[in-house]
Write a protein that binds this ligand. Sequence first.
Ligand code: HEM
Length: 455
Amino acid sequence: VHHLVLPGFFFNISKYGPLVVVNVASAELIEQVLRQEGRHPVRTEMPHWRKYRELRNQAQGPLTEIGAKWQRIRSILNPRMLKPKHVSSYANTINEVVTDFTERVAWLRDTSGRGVMVNDLTAELYKFAFEGICSVLFERRMGCLNEMVPEETQKFIFSVGEMFRLSPIIVLFPQSMWPYLPFWKQFVEAWDYLFKIAEELVQKKMEEIQEKVHLQQDVEGAYLTHLLLSEKMTVTEILGSITELLLAGVDTTSNTISWSLYLLAKDPEIQEQLYQEVISVCPGDKVPASDDIARMPYLKAVIRETLRLYPVVPGNARLTVENEIVVGDHLFPKKTLFHLCHYTVSYDENIFPDPHAFLPQRWLRGTEEKSKHPFGSVPFGFGIRACLGRRVAELEMYLLLSRLIKHYEVRPDPAGTTVKPITRTLLCPAKPINLQFLDRRVQQDEQRATAGVSL
Ligand code: HEM
């Protein structure tokens, strides 16, 4: 939908199946909508996700819940997902997954990339993001980065993909038809599998905790342990939320890292600048920890600029439930669905001069242009309904990107370099991103050897 609106045409109305949508495409108007969002903002109704949960007596999570119930869930889930001191405690867990990914890159190059290429990077990064978020949420490794991915994990990943593939098809039909659609049956099966595995993981964690309590050992853990111990949610509620966190946290992160690497491969100067920052903060074999990341402003700027150019959530919705709202000169009634066209606005040259250029320095402190509107690029949304996983996603992206760039020089695919984005709910690469990964140590050794010969 976001492609329908060009900067300068501030809003228009379009239809998507039974839905009437008001597309909003200027930073000022987006700000206006978001500032009137009330105490319980709603994105869309997500009737198909809600329906599954009603069918199986499962609880809604932060993505699907609405009103006061939504607020209660967020107040329980927020602290351990968004407070910096808690989020930084996940760095070691994520770094272990990063180590495995770096090794997997080496293995992929050697086994299927003639020593340099990694093909379909996004698919590989999907496995990284899946493993990363599971390691935080369930405090368990799933084996996504192993040479042989366990069958259960493979089916789990497949079910997530199926659920997303079927979702936009199902909402095009009226609810009364769903029980008769073959897609609906597949959709329910995919969700059933997701809940089954999530339930097993939660069950195992509860047994572990009970065992430790029995042995009078300290119970330490990350997200799930905390939720279970706090007893603020029932196990059913925890499951409802944790499955949604997992779904929201995989494609988003993996697509963004893919785009970052793609952009860095095309721009050796920016890549070199990033490399210099990483090795000056973390020389030798030092692995970046969260306080090192705090000293890498350029790394953050690279990710920030990537999210401006490729906002994985290219458009975001707001359904006004509680009140009428004013946008521009118009008064819109209750129950109007707004589509906030973030992608379009991110390329507004009045806000971001030379909008198509990859310029991380736009985001460095002290170089901000006065004209930069705060709603020009809001990749994680805004306000109380904004992304719950933002801090964890950033930590994952910072740790992975810094270590990959420290270890490897990335270069474009010699067979062709242009990959365009396409909207598949999220903004995804339209074709596989293949990149060369050159081991910096090997390169440096070779340079030293050549220098030795010439001496
Ligand atoms: C680069 C990575 C990510 C991006 C760009 C992103 C972006 C977004 C955006 C734009 C929204 C809608 C916000 C709004 O309506 O104002 C959102 C919601 C959400 N995100 Fe993320 N996200 C990312 C990663 C994650 C991760 C890793 C998780 C889970 C750990 C996550 C969990 C959620 C949840 C649960 C919501 C719904 C919040 C609610 O409705 O209360 N996201 N995200």
